[in-house]
Design a protein around this ligand. Sequence first.
Ligand SMILES: [Fe+2]
Ligand SMILES: [Fe+2]
Length: 320
Amino acid sequence: MKEFYLAELNVNQDFTDFFMLRSLDIRLGGNKKEYLDITISDSSGEMSAKKWDITEEEAEQLKKIPIGEPVKIKGIVTEWNGIKQIKIGKIRQAVKEDKLDVKEFVRTAPEESEDMYEYILGAAQSMKDEQLKQLCTELLEENHEQLLYYPAASKNHHAILGGLLYHMKRMIMSGKALCKIYTNVNEDLAVAGVIIHDMEKIREIESNSLGISPGYTFKGELLGHIVQGIVSIEEKAEKIGLSEEKKVMLQHMILSHHYEPEFGSPKRPMFPEAELLHYLDILDARMYDMEYALETVEPGKMSNKVWTLENRKVYKVKNP
Ligand SMILES: [Fe+2]
Ligand SMILES: [Fe+2]
């Protein structure tokens, strides 16, 4: 049983427990000595941890610990720039004899993956447009297995087990609500855009079956889910005989969903469903990041600066 959860650790607290290793780097310190710089997580959150002044042999050994596996750490909580981090005394990879329950280490979406998948598949199957319905249903079914665990990112928003499904489901729910207000929007096209917009994250980032991603795939690194998505729609459209107009509109929705060239979109949205898709995406990502940042904040206090929210702090209401 886990005893110490990251979100509950206080500054100067000593502890020994297991955590999930999420990233690992060996860096050179100001004193010209190497140090270990890792990110660890458990079901309560994540934290940065450092082991200072390590030898070359130690660095070689530590580099071999695989990302996405639990490690045992003996350490103490310190504070740097107002942010808690861990100073590691000892660290080792977990072994079978430790008999760990992985659920204690993994953050999961608050809903069951199969339920979220059924909701999204239901939204695809209830489309009136037969071609969009077929395209979305096939894409969902082909990716069913990975969708059940894939995160929506390797870091940042929805980097949790089932995160991609959770992102898609909440965007569809918001999208359907907004379609009742903006009645000029074609709901089938808007929902199809949500279903396809990040689908190629499955091939852009790597993930183990716990939804932990060590980083990008080769294609993901060099092309990214926008270009990969456009290629996948090209292939699917050919196979199911999708009209040229719908194919190009879907591709444009993928192309423009990040809005700005510096975030990977060469064009901005050029029709209402594409504009709506971008705002559904950004809304869901920011709401998630705010909710996540506030999880460990006391009422009436501010969170740490959140990088994905342009370094804003988030305030937690005292008297709700
Ligand atoms: Fe995206
Ligand atoms: Fe997205």
